[in-house]
Design a protein around this ligand. Structure first.
Ligand SMILES: [Fe+2]
Length: 189
């Protein structure tokens, strides 16, 4: 059952992404919409969207556009759960619904010429995203980071809107300077 709030958000997001071929313009328009959406999550998030997994952070599909151009997920982070270092291959807008999501970013020093080796990454800053924080990223150069929740902090829940079906992305071995493509069904965790 889709709520009017969610339907309106998706329609606005689709219109913005059609109107703005430059992803930086797209996220500029979407960030304030995500901020509004966070305040209305009770109208469309259901218990299954708060599903967690004891083995890794859980990704729960909220909406996927029929044309594949948008997807919205909740991510549920139990204490101590982190992503690997990864990129997105898409623009994205993230809003925090509950607790604090931590982001540790990397800066890529070597140019991306498509090779999966010889990737020089250095650690960048840390950002603590509290409830109602909104952050975004655009590709090329892709945004590379680790996100999660340290063991000493409570469960966090975040909303993630992407400009495509998130059925693949790159993960990075920072020490080895390599990356590999990870494929997963867009509606699986
Ligand atoms: Fe990410």
């Amino acid at each position: 059952m889709t709520s009017p709030t969610l339907t309106a958000f998706i329609a606005q997001a689709a219109a913005l992404s059609r109107r703005h071929p430059d992803p930086a313009d797209c996220v500029l328009g979407l960030a304030p919409l995500m901020l509004e959406l966070i305040d209305q999550v009770d109208s469309f998030l259901e218990p299954q969207h708060y599903r967690s997994d004891p083995n890794h952070y859980a990704r729960n599909l909220v909406h996927d556009a029929p044309d594949g151009g948008l997807s919205l997920y909740t991510l549920v982070w139990l204490p101590g759960q982190w992503t690997p270092a990864h990129d997105h291959g898409s623009w994205g807008v993230v809003g925090v619904v509950e607790a604090v999501l931590e982001e540790r970013s990397y800066v890529r020093l070597s140019a991306d010429r498509g090779a999966d080796t010889g990737i020089e990454l250095v650690r960048g800053g840390v950002i603590l995203l509290g409830r109602r924080a909104v952050t975004s990223f655009v590709p090329n150069p892709d945004h590379i980071h680790v996100t999660g929740v340290p063991v000493e902090r409570p469960r966090a829940v975040s909303l993630h809107l992407y400009g495509r079906m998130m059925n693949s992305f790159n993960t990075y071995d920072v020490a080895a300077g390599t990356r590999r493509r990870v494929a997963l069904a867009h509606n699986e965790s």
